[in-house]
Each structure stands twice: as structure tokens, then as C-alpha cells.
Design a protein around this ligand. Structure first.
Ligand code: ZN
Length: 70
């Protein structure tokens, strides 16, 4: 594992503790699937954050495509 890698990338993970969803403000239970955003240090339900998460991943892929194309 390299610390040079983007440490602020959002990641899907299992919540290790109960918290509150950043998006819908409802409780996140321990063990639920969440999207964690180190950049803003907040978490949200997988369902609440999935669209943004996928968009974020897609933009990373776009960067790779650009570097291959040009
Ligand atoms: Zn939510």
C-alpha cells in the first residue's frame, strides 16, 4: 500500500461505527455499506452516495483515458 496514492479518494466500505448520513441525515448503523469521503471527512449510505461515488470513479478513469490518448 502506497501513501503516494490519492488518499482522498472516496471509498466504499462497511461502517465500523454508528454515525449520521451526510446526505439524508438519517442514522448509519454499524455494519452498513457506506461511501466514505476522506476529503470532507464524512460518510453517507451507499444508496445516498453511490451516484457521486460512481461519478468520481468515472472521472478518474477519464483521466487515465486522456493520458493514453494524448
Ligand atoms: Zn443516507
Amino acid at each position: 500500500m502506497s501513501y503516494k496514492k490519492r488518499s482522498l479518494d472516496p471509498r466504499q466500505m462497511t461502517s465500523r461505527f454508528a454515525s449520521t448520513c451526510y446526505t439524508c441525515k438519517k442514522p448509519i448503523k454499524k455494519g452498513e455499506e457506506i461511501i466514505y469521503w476522506p476529503n470532507g471527512n464524512h460518510a453517507e449510505h451507499l444508496a445516498c452516495g453511490e451516484a457521486d461515488y460512481r461519478h468520481s470513479l468515472a472521472s478518474f478513469e477519464d483521466e487515465d483515458n486522456y493520458s493514453r490518448q494524448y
